[in-house]
Design a protein around this ligand. Structure first.
Ligand code: SF4
Length: 332
C-alpha cells in the first residue's frame, strides 16, 4: 500500500512505455495531430483553452483555411480575425493570438518555453503544450484532464505539477503530454472513469484504494448569476439593425450585436422565442422579439444580411438571429 504522503508512481519507466504504446495505438485522429507545425499546434492549443475538441474542429479548419500561416494572420485586419472566431466565444483568445502573430512577425517565432510565455494569451499550460509538441521541450502540460489523471494515479496525495513533470517522457514530451490528456478525455473521464480500459491501471493508487470516483476533490463552484435580456431583431426591408460595442468595453469590444428591446418602445414587437446562454458564471435568459421600423434609429447601423457572416457578431446575437430565421444568420 503506498504511503499517503507525497505518493510518487514507483515505476515511471514502465508507466511511460505503457501509456505511449496505448496512445500510439488508440489516439483519436484530430486535425491538429497531423503535423507538429508550430502555428497549427499553437492555434489548436489556443482554441482548446475553453472549447471542447468536437466543437473546436470546424473552427480550427475554417480558421486555417482563412489564415493558413502566421504571416497571413499577422497581416489580417482584426475584424476579419474576430469574424473567423465568431461563435467560439472568449474572444480575447483571438485578439491575443492576432497580437502574438504580429509580435512573432517582428521578433521571429518563439523558440523556447520562456519565449512562448512572453506572448499575449500564453500561460503556463499553453506554453508547455506548444513547447513540448512543436519544439520537443520537456515541459509537462497540466490541464484539467491531467490534474484529474495525476490526482487519481497518486490517490490524491501527489503534488500534481511535480509528479506530472517527473513522469514526463524526455524523448517524446509532446506525445506524452497528449497521451495524458487523451487518457483524461477518453478513459480517466470525470465522474466514473473507465478503469477496465485503462492502459496504466496497474500504476494507479487511486483505483487500488477504491477512491477513483472521489478524485480529484473539487473546490465548491461559485454561484451562477442569472441575467435577463430582451433583444429585438429590428428590420427595414431585409436589413437588420445592429449596434457595435465600444472599444473600451471589457467584454467583446468592437463586436456587433442586436439592440435591446427597451431602446425601441414605439416599435410594435412580437415575441420570437427564448433561449439561455452561459458565459462562465453568468447565465443569460434571453427573450427575442421581432419588429419593423423605417428611418435610421440612433446607436447603430442597418446591415445587409449578406454582410452578417463577415462581421464579428456576439454569440448571443448570432443565436437570436438563428432562432428568428431558423436557418441561421447567413441565410437571412
Ligand atoms: Fe484513471 Fe482508473 Fe486509469 Fe486510475 S485506473 S488512471 S482512475 S482510468
Amino acid at each position: 500500500m503506498p504511503s499517503l504522503s507525497r505518493f510518487c508512481i514507483p515505476e515511471p519507466l514502465s508507466f511511460r512505455r505503457e501509456l505511449l504504446a496505448w496512445y500510439d495505438e488508440s489516439r483519436r485522429a484530430l486535425p491538429w495531430r497531423e503535423s507538429t507545425d508550430f502555428y497549427r499546434v499553437w492555434l489548436s492549443e489556443i482554441m482548446l483553452q475553453q472549447t471542447r475538441v468536437e466543437a473546436a474542429i470546424p473552427y480550427y479548419l475554417r480558421f486555417l483555411d482563412r489564415f493558413p500561416t502566421i504571416q497571413a494572420l499577422a497581416e489580417a485586419a482584426e475584424p476579419d480575425v474576430l469574424a473567423a472566431w465568431s461563435g467560439l466565444g472568449y474572444y480575447s483568445r483571438a485578439r491575443n493570438l492576432h497580437r502574438a502573430a504580429r509580435l512573432a512577425g517582428e521578433r521571429g517565432l518563439p523558440a523556447s518555453y520562456e519565449a512562448l510565455r512572453g506572448l499575449p494569451g500564453v500561460g503556463r499550460y499553453t506554453a508547455a503544450a506548444v513547447a513540448s509538441i512543436a519544439l520537443r521541450e520537456a515541459h509537462a502540460a497540466v490541464d484539467g484532464n491531467v490534474v484529474r489523471v495525476v490526482s487519481r494515479l497518486t490517490n490524491g496525495t501527489g503534488e500534481i505539477d511535480k509528479e506530472a513533470q517527473r513522469l514526463l517522457d524526455r524523448e517524446r514530451p509532446g506525445d506524452f503530454n497528449q497521451a495524458m490528456m487523451e487518457l483524461g478525455a477518453t478513459v480517466c473521464v470525470p465522474g466514473v472513469p473507465k478503469c477496465g480500459d485503462c492502459p496504466v491501471l496497474r500504476h494507479c493508487a487511486g483505483h487500488a484504494a477504491g477512491r477513483e470516483r472521489e478524485l480529484p476533490v473539487r473546490a465548491p463552484k461559485p454561484a451562477v448569476r442569472e441575467i435577463a435580456l430582451e433583444l429585438i431583431v429590428l428590420r427595414r426591408g431585409d436589413e437588420v439593425f445592429l449596434s457595435r460595442r465600444g472599444a473600451s468595453e471589457k467584454r467583446l469590444a468592437g463586436f456587433w450585436e442586436l439592440p435591446e428591446r427597451a431602446g425601441f418602445p414605439k416599435v410594435v414587437a412580437e415575441p420570437a422565442g427564448r433561449f439561455t446562454h452561459r458565459i462562465v458564471n453568468d447565465r443569460f435568459r434571453v427573450a427575442v422579439w421581432t419588429g419593423r421600423t423605417r428611418g435610421n434609429p440612433p446607436g447603430g447601423e442597418w446591415v445587409d444580411p449578406a454582410a452578417l457572416s463577415g462581421l464579428p457578431l456576439t454569440t448571443i446575437s448570432r443565436k437570436a438571429l438563428h432562432l428568428v430565421h431558423n436557418s441561421g444568420p447567413r441565410d437571412l
